[in-house]
Design a protein around this ligand. Structure first.
Ligand code: ATP
Length: 284
């Protein structure tokens, strides 16, 4: 038997880092939303007891470092499953881009194995497994739009922003989330107003959402990847209503409600940047 799940990427509309905890993790407060750019996870039963990973993209580990592997491993030991599985990952989300591709693959694996092995997991159980895999995996289990706190694993659903286009551009470099956090100086970095963002979303005030876009990590990644400033200025010049770097970067996104502006942005970035996408917000 074979089960397939979509693993959508996310963007952060607001990302604040509050402090560094004694366990080494940072306490964050962020608004995340799902976008219509997805990997595809296919889980197929294998004879024996082994977890095997296949990915269509280079730079994605095909062993226990893969979040999909980790999710399967935790589920097998938690539920006493003695069966093998082949997990095939068709990557569309760029890797190490600030779009939670790996986390979403982990979350989609939890949903897929729940179906494949008929585990009847509650959402609470799925979230418990997700937080053992990684900070952003819990959000990816539910998707939609949410406020995430703690190290990112405490997820509270909120309404979704009004429909709009998201144009994404990733400069040809990857960044390590851990290194960006290490370079962060909390006193000097800007801190966005996450509560005001939630209010703007509840009021469906698109212009205010665009004005309030903010990310504490942006200044750190900007120092290492100068293309980010160039892409941001370019997107603003080409008519994006709001522009921000997602997660720890380096992907930059621009928002607009007009299809014509989306087309202009997309066309002007193609050729300038190797990875450009125009998608819809799909937070439920
Ligand atoms: P986040 O936004 O959550 O910080 P990201 O988008 O910056 O994540 P990912 O694409 O998730 O980054 O990749 C980060 C690292 O995770 C990669 O360098 C890779 O080694 C590892 N990884 C583990 N599993 C996966 C996976 N299924 N797909 C991609 N990368 C994976």
């Amino acid at each position: 038997m074979k089960v397939t799940e979509k693993a959508p990427a996310k963007i952060n509309l607001s990302l604040d880092v509050l402090n560094k905890r004694e366990d080494g993790f940072h306490e964050v407060k962020m608004v995340m939303t799902t976008i219509d750019l997805s990997d595809r996870i296919e889980c197929e039963e294998l004879p024996g007891d082994e977890i095997r990973i296949f990915s269509t993209a280079s730079f994605v580990p095909e062993d226990q470092r893969n979040f999909a592997y980790q999710a399967a491993d935790i589920i097998k030991s938690r539920y006493g499953i003695k069966r093998g599985v082949m997990i095939s990952i068709t990557k569309e989300i760029p890797v190490a881009a600030g779009l939670a591709g790996g986390s979403s693959d982990g979350a989609a694996t939890i949903r897929a194995l729940n179906r494949l092995w008929k585990l009847n997991m509650s959402q609470k159980e799925m979230l418990a497994v997700a937080s053992m895999v990684g900070s952003d995996v819990a959000f990816c289990v539910k998707g939609g739009t949410a406020l995430a706190t703690g190290r990112g694993e405490c997820v509270q659903p909120i309404p979704s922003p009004p429909p709009c286009w998201v144009v994404l551009a990733k400069p040809p470099v990857s960044v390590s989330t851990a290194e960006i956090y290490q370079g962060l100086c909390l006193e000097r970095a800007p801190h966005p107003d996450v509560d005001a963002m939630i209010q703007a979303i509840k009021k469906q005030d698109f212009n205010k959402i665009c004005r309030l876009l903010g990310n504490t990590l942006e200044s750190v990644t900007l120092d290492r990847v100068p293309e980010i400033s160039q892409i941001k200025s370019h997107m603003k010049r080409m008519g994006a209503d709001g522009v921000l770097m997602s997660g720890s970067g380096p992907t930059v996104f621009g928002l607009t409600q007009y299809e014509s502006r989306m087309q202009r942005l997309y066309n002007s970035l193609k050729g300038f940047c190797p990875h450009v996408y125009a998608v819809r917000l799909c937070g439920r």
